[in-house]
Design a protein. Sequence first.
Length: 299
Amino acid sequence: MKKTAMRMKLFLPAVLACCLLLAYVGLSPADSGYAGDDKCKECHEGVVGSFRSNIHAKAAFYGAKNAGCESCHGPAAAHAEAGDTAKIRNPAKLAAEASSAACLSCHGKDKGRMFWKGSVHDSQELSCTGCHKVHDNKRKLLAKADEKEICLSCHGEVRASMLKRSKHPLRDSSSPSGEGKMTCSSCHNPHGARGEKLVDAKSFNDKCYECHAEKKAPVLWEHSPVKEDCLTCHTPHGSSNDKMLVAKVPRLCQECHMQGRHQTGTLATNSVFAFNRSCLNCHPMIHGSNNPSGPVLQR
Ligand code: HEC
Ligand code: HEC
Ligand code: HEC
Ligand code: HEC
Ligand code: HEC
Ligand code: HEC
Ligand code: HEC
Ligand code: HEC
Ligand code: HEC
Ligand code: HEC
């Protein structure tokens, strides 16, 4: 009994190996419709040459199988016979879903692309080639060197915010690529995200805390709207009010504080409650305070 089991153990792998060998032979270029990269070079010398510095030329190094030209362009033996463009897959000319599928066959499991399926951009029929140009060899294979210019070509209204008086430093061009200290993907994952509005964090506040950690620190006297949602008072991209506020102080404060004492209503412009920094003259610790004397957000 033991002996038969032993034999089976040796026999099975042998059968498997034979199957694999047959399968491999079956998949050899000639029969499978694959032509191999050397073939492409005969007619696309330039493309093949510049592709050497593309990260996909090293894809095999990262563990991707069959990572040549045909990993994106599909079996191309028929096309390679005479260059018939009807017989080759060009992701830029396919419908969105089929186009992205070519990329997702390798990138579908990347952490950053986990939420692509059903994301806003996916459901709006954007494909990977809407933002990436694989052959141009730019940073992250993006269609433009300056990432935000890609986004702004469709989201023009955000450019208007970026030009306002108070804004995030999205426009600083501290590097030749035009990338500033921040860019759109500092907050958004264009491939889809857990949070709303493609914001790449559990909540808007968690995203803000990544860079404004001091606003997360526990304080003795909290100002409750702060821990709830920074965007109650701030815009994310830019505003014509100071400090990216959604409205000017005191009006901002009065949207919630109309208790009927000094907070209220029609304040004369020379009133201590309205001039200069207005409410902030006396309540500067607007995000919360540790002042032992009380909860009114003073020093
Ligand atoms: C016999 C010559 C020849 C060979 C071999 C060849 N091609 Fe082409 N290919 C052409 C011609 C001609 C065109 C059309 C003009 C152009 O875009 O350069 C073309 C176009 C293409 C296009 C663009 C199609 C479109 O509709 O936009 C892709 C993609 C392509 N080839 C990929 C490949 C790949 C991958 C290989 C190797 C497996 C390959 N070609 C081998 C001649 C060839
Ligand atoms: C990672 C996927 C990918 C690989 C690998 C790849 N291509 Fe492409 N190729 C594309 C995409 C996507 C386009 C459409 C244009 C674009 O977005 O850059 C394209 C376009 C083309 C074109 C049309 C001309 C043009 O620039 O629009 C040719 C020709 C071509 N590829 C040939 C090749 C050859 C030859 C190889 C192998 C050396 C190769 N491709 C490898 C994705 C790929
Ligand atoms: C055969 C598998 C394979 C296919 C198909 C494929 N990729 Fe990739 N790609 C890789 C590997 C491997 C890397 C390098 C490791 C990584 O970043 O995941 C990579 C890297 C990238 C990068 C990062 C570049 C950088 O500079 O960091 C981008 C962007 C990218 N691929 C886009 C695409 C797009 C768009 C398509 C479809 C047109 C595509 N890939 C198709 C395997 C593939
Ligand atoms: C709306 C624009 C947009 C679309 C559509 C898009 N990407 Fe990207 N992708 C970007 C930007 C911007 C970056 C650079 C992010 C950064 O610098 O961190 C990027 C980076 C990447 C990277 C580099 C790895 C990384 O996380 O840094 C890969 C791989 C990638 N994209 C694959 C894809 C694939 C696959 C698709 C299609 C399913 C796709 N992208 C669709 C904008 C896009
Ligand atoms: C080809 C056009 C196009 C490009 C390029 C593009 N988007 Fe979009 N984006 C859309 C469309 C269409 C929608 C859905 C309609 C809308 O809200 O405007 C959308 C929606 C969004 C949303 C709102 C999500 C929601 O849940 O409402 C954000 C955020 C966004 N895009 C960010 C970006 C970023 C960041 C980039 C650049 C990396 C980018 N987009 C590039 C077309 C584009
Ligand atoms: C500091 C983080 C941050 C940066 C940087 C950023 N965004 Fe946003 N963006 C947000 C937040 C948060 C929202 C959600 C706003 C809301 O729902 O009120 C948003 C919303 C959006 C929307 C949806 C607008 C709407 O009203 O539904 C678009 C489109 C968008 N952003 C595009 C961009 C583009 C393009 C860039 C780069 C030029 C960019 N964002 C940079 C945080 C940011
Ligand atoms: C990727 C880092 C980053 C993220 C994420 C981020 N910020 Fe900022 N924020 C900055 C930088 C950098 C400045 C400019 C600081 C400076 O100039 O001293 C800034 C400035 C500000 C300012 C002051 C603007 C002014 O006119 O002085 C406000 C308000 C602000 N951020 C709110 C937010 C809010 C709300 C969020 C979440 C939606 C957020 N930030 C997310 C980096 C970030
Ligand atoms: C109740 C309204 C309100 C909420 C909610 C709020 N802020 Fe503010 N924030 C302000 C006001 C008012 C100022 C201007 C303070 C000043 O000029 O002294 C300001 C200023 C700022 C500044 C620039 C000056 C500084 O203190 O660094 C940053 C950064 C900032 N807020 C980030 C945040 C973040 C992050 C959140 C969410 C955790 C948030 N704010 C929530 C009202 C608010
Ligand atoms: C979105 C609504 C909202 C906005 C906007 C807002 N607050 Fe508040 N504020 C609250 C809430 C809620 C409390 C805590 C409940 C309470 O005691 O009234 C509070 C508490 C306070 C307190 C402490 C009161 C106490 O007795 O503990 C002060 C002071 C204060 N806010 C000042 C301001 C100022 C100044 C502004 C404008 C820069 C402002 N608030 C904007 C909702 C708001
Ligand atoms: C000249 C200084 C000063 C200015 C300006 C000021 N406050 Fe006050 N505020 C105080 C002091 C002191 C207290 C606590 C003593 C009290 O109860 O009056 C207080 C208390 C509060 C409270 C707690 C509830 C209450 O009525 O006791 C709120 C809310 C508040 N202020 C909001 C505002 C708003 C909104 C503005 C701007 C329209 C503003 N304050 C302007 C000094 C000021």
